[in-house]
Design a protein around this ligand. Sequence first.
Ligand SMILES: Cc1cc2nc3c(=O)[nH]c(=O)nc-3n(C[C@H](O)[C@H](O)[C@H](O)COP(=O)(O)OP(=O)(O)OC[C@H]3O[C@@H](n4cnc5c(N)ncnc54)[C@H](O)[C@@H]3O)c2cc1C
Length: 404
Amino acid sequence: MTHKPIHDVIIVGAGASGLMCAINAGHRGLRVLVLEKGPKAGLKILVSGGGRCNFTNVFADPRKQFLSQNPHFCISAMSRYQPADFVEMVEASGIDYHEKKLGQLFCDHSAKDIVAMLLDRCAAAGVDVRLRQEVTAVTPADDGGFRVVTARQTYVAAKVVIASGGLSLPKIATDLAFRTANRLGLNVVSPRAALVPLTWNSSDREKYQALSGISVDAVTACNGVSFRESILFTHRGLSGPAILQISSYWREGDTVIIDLLPDTDAAEWLGTEREAKPRQRIVSMLKTRLPNRLVETMAGDWFQDVKIGSCSPRQLAQLGARLNAWQFRPGGSEGYRTAEVTLGGIDTNEVSSKTFEVKKVPGLYAIGEALDVTGWLGGYNFQWAWASGWCCAQHLDPIPPGRE
Ligand SMILES: Cc1cc2nc3c(=O)[nH]c(=O)nc-3n(C[C@H](O)[C@H](O)[C@H](O)COP(=O)(O)OP(=O)(O)OC[C@H]3O[C@@H](n4cnc5c(N)ncnc54)[C@H](O)[C@@H]3O)c2cc1C
């Protein structure tokens, strides 16, 4: 059954970018319908940041923390809608929050506060949010506008915003954005899982899987980029913020270099200890700087557990080099099941950076993670979602009466 257009704009996806766009389009007088596949709006917001939603980052800089084949694309929107704008909204809603580290802002209480804020504002703006409505296709209609197809019915509207996100969290994700883009002849930058744990290759699995639960402050580096944060050993491989961050730059076959003793020239330190305490065993010495279980696993493989005085300077230099630059060659990544984001997406060259309208398909818009813009871990992805949703809404002009 096809319905007559009673909405000016249909937004596909009640996630971060879709709800932000809906609120602002509603305030501008548009009749907005949001179609959401899931049983709740903002599902990804609810699970984000360990349930506390790292909703923005005060240091968000479009030139620094964002990956895209077209790195300039996000600058315009992120300059027009900044972290302070979202913080203002959070404060106006009386939501308590705190900075955890590195400019990352989290709710004090729960991510539910952010979803409630967005839904309250949708209601105030007269937005119609419909749940359990999976959109299976968006197609241009013969007489202008678009047909938006769900299992229940086909909707029509003059404008459609694709805000259906990427492929992470497979329980709620669909590839609608990429399928629609392909069908309309738009380029899609190959999607891949990012901000994702990296898995052991088979020989490392045997050595290190028993270390599950150990966390180490480290620097990870790959393809010219590095991050200083913690790494976490798991049964499947390495996780933790420094690994998730570097995963966005890692490609199959690449080695990730891990400095397990950042700020220390390990070879120099070992040499000094050799002079000062030659009778000390290497295991005891390393345990002063690294977790016991990790050192015990390294013994016999990375070094022989002997007194440091019995090691040659060359042996210590080799061990030092390995501690400062462990060559971790992942077997793969955990994929979309545990990835926080999707790298790639609709090619931003297909979209206006000002309005988010698809250049070849007037009336169609794409925002948020569906586009080839991906932030680092730390609140940057939500900031992109808010900024793109807000900016898009500013350009969704109400349809003049009589032209509906
Ligand atoms: C576990 C986890 C934790 C995260 N934590 C953080 C964090 O703390 N800080 C941060 O900045 N980022 C975080 N992210 C990333 C962040 O959630 C996303 O980048 C952001 O939600 C993207 O917003 P979006 O609106 O583009 O897509 P989404 O928020 O994913 O919204 C898309 C919506 O579209 C719906 N949908 C999909 N297909 C269809 C369809 N065919 N029909 C109808 N509806 C559809 C989905 O159900 C979903 O509700 C996290 C991600 C995950 C998976």
